[in-house]
Design a protein around this ligand. Structure first.
Ligand code: UDP
Length: 344
């Protein structure tokens, strides 16, 4: 089969690319980011990397007409972006998704839309089944721009589904593993790892009692592939996650223990870490019944095991000069409409 993966040079997209090529499928990646995470496939005639944006309708239309299934993963992701540039979060995530869905409808192609556990917001009633309420804070808190942008994307999916488009919505819960982020930046594990490496104390934000269910990338990818292939998934929203809940304080302690380093932990007030545009989510736990029953996938990799593999990768490869330099490239500098005016 032929797969288009928008955002395929990102963390989850690059692992999906690996797995689909491994199955013998053809993959085209559309991304504005460096090809670092998919460079291992250069020279494979079943693989193509197209440097471009989901905001570029011409490119999107031509790639959509080439493929059988679209995994739409391109988005501005990461808490630092939600709080520093909510405009781009909304712009890329909402307008890019519209472009993909419109092109898919024209060509009658199936879309798997990558959504997020952030859509549940701060709903305090865990675990979250897919039909759980969304509980968000004020629009003055920039963090909610991401949740809102993805929820709008989901609504667009359902809107197009009503008109006959086959769509699947996947909501990911804190996926982690090799190639996650550059050390010291992005998601919590990459930050903690950078601190371990520098011998600096691990910065637990808030009281550390907030929880997450970290999902190892291999488990997430098995579910993602099934979401694109299983007929029963069409028209569904499906949580992709693990149900092993851990506090962030405990995560820090585990990472110290598993890395074999001697490091301390400091508690940093939320406002000091992210300013007033941030509000944390206290507990985030998925109900994964649909993942098990519709996709036939259950998480296999326990947190300690996945952490060991991730720490090992960061120690060997995540800190090479090539990796650090490429990950410094800007990844979200897109204007919409473009400065030179909208395309005809
Ligand atoms: N966090 C932390 N220290 C850091 C970075 C993040 O304690 O240096 C916390 C953050 O406040 C949140 C959790 O780790 O409670 C997960 O943060 P991340 O940005 O990885 O993703 P989120 O699940 O909030 O989208």
């Amino acid at each position: 089969m032929r797969f288009l993966i928008t955002g395929g040079a990102g963390f989850v997209g690059s692992h999906l690319t690996d797995a689909l090529l491994q199955r013998g499928d053809e993959v085209t990646v559309l991304d504005i980011a460096s090809d670092l995470k998919v460079r291992q496939h250069a020279g494979n005639r079943k693989f193509r990397y197209v440097s471009g944006s989901v905001l570029d309708r011409r490119v999107v239309e031509s790639l959509v007409s080439w493929c059988d299934v679209i995994y739409h993963m391109a988005a501005v992701v990461g808490v630092e972006h939600y709080v520093s540039d909510p405009y781009q979060v909304l712009n890329v995530n909402v307008n890019g998704t519209q472009n993909i869905l419109a092109a898919a409808e024209k060509e009658r192609k199936k879309v798997v839309f990558t959504s997020t556990s952030e859509v549940y917001g701060k709903n305090s009633s865990v675990p979250f089944a897919e039909d759980a309420d969304r509980v968000l804070g004020s629009t003055e808190v920039d963090r909610w721009s991401y949740s809102t942008s993805k929820a709008v994307g989901e609504h667009f999916c359902f809107g197009f589904a009503k008109r006959g488009l086959p769509v699947v919505v996947t909501r990911y819960f804190n996926v982690y593993g090799p190639r996650l982020d550059r050390v010291n930046a992005g998601r919590v594990m990459a930050i903690f790892f950078g601190q371990l490496l520098r011998g600096a104390p691990l910065t637990v934000i808030g009281d550390g009692r907030q929880t997450r269910c970290f999902t190892y990338i291999e488990d997430a990818i098995r579910a993602t592939i099934a979401a694109g292939l299983v007929k029963e998934a069409v028209g569904q929203v499906i949580n992709i996650g693990s149900d092993e809940e851990v506090t962030i304080h405990d995560l820090a302690r585990r990472m110290i223990r598993l890395s074999g380093q001697r490091a301390s932990i400091v508690f940093v007030p939320e406002v000091e870490a992210y300013g007033r545009g941030y509000e944390d989510i206290r507990r985030r736990v998925p109900d994964i019944t649909k993942m098990r029953e519709i996709l036939g996938v259950a998480p296999r990799v326990a947190l300690d095991d996945g952490l060991k593999r991730t720490i090992d990768w960061f120690s060997r490869e995540g800190t090479t000069a090539e990796w650090l330099a490429a990950m410094d490239e800007p990844q979200t500098e897109i204007e919409f409409p473009p400065r030179n005016g909208p395309r005809a």
